[in-house]
Design a protein around this ligand. Structure first.
Ligand code: AMP
Length: 203
């Protein structure tokens, strides 16, 4: 299956897409992880992206689309993938559609995790506390000011992506406010709904 996970920072995309990756046996492609890897490696992309990421803003569409175009060519993505953190702008969503169409492929669906903003802030604060408690390094972009910038970027630049997919009949919403297991169950139900649509199309 080829899926997109949509949802603001702290919505649980990482947790749920990790679980889903194991169940579906397809890789989870997180642009955030790929960019953090590039920053660690001090590659040209990483050098360009670091300051933007630290400020909680979005890296340019060209850079991110380039990374995803290369990644979906890799052998492990041949049977499908779960995109986590991409697309984050309508331009990225359009580029993804083109990349897939060039390969005669398309998305099966887009799962959107819905949560309210107050819950997001407290979840990320908890992630910061838990990381500190085990002596880990807190993500620079989880600091309160940066988090606010990330939430703003989501509202302004990424919310329209949800409308984009809704208009194409690809959007499947999940209430992300419930306990992790319940959310996982709702995702399973939405995947079943996606499969039913495809079976109808095949008839
Ligand atoms: P994430 O781990 O998904 O929260 O991403 C961390 C940061 O990486 C974001 O705040 C952005 O600065 C950058 N980033 C990740 N994915 C994208 C994307 N699709 N478009 C632009 N910037 C991105």
């Amino acid at each position: 299956m080829r899926l997109v996970f949509l949802g603001p920072p702290g919505a649980g995309k990482g947790t749920q897409s990790e679980l889903l990756k194991r169940r579906l046996g397809v890789p989870q492609l997180s642009t955030g992880d790929m960019l953090r890897g590039a920053v660690r490696a001090a590659s040209p992309v990483g050098l360009k992206a670091k300051a933007i990421m630290d400020a909680g803003q979005l890296v340019s569409d060209d850079v991110v689309i380039g990374i995803v175009a290369e990644r979906i060519e890799e052998a492990d993505a041949g049977q499908g993938f779960i995109l986590d953190g991409f697309p984050r702008t309508v331009a990225q969503a359009e580029a993804l559609e083109e990349l897939l169409a060039e390969r005669a492929l398309r998305l099966d669906g887009v799962l959107e995790l819905e949560v309210n903003e107050a819950a997001l802030v407290s979840r990320i604060e908890k992630r910061v506390e838990e990381t500190r408690a085990v002596g880990g390094v807190v993500r620079a972009d989880d600091q309160p000011e940066t988090l606010k910038a990330r939430l703003d970027a989501y509202k302004v630049q990424t919310s329209p992506v949800s409308t984009y997919y809704d208009q194409r009949g690809l959007l499947y919403r999940v209430n992300g406010m419930l306990p992790i297991d319940t959310v996982t169950g709702s995702i399973e139900e939405q995947l079943a709904a996606m499969r039913a649509v495809h079976q109808q199309e095949l008839r």
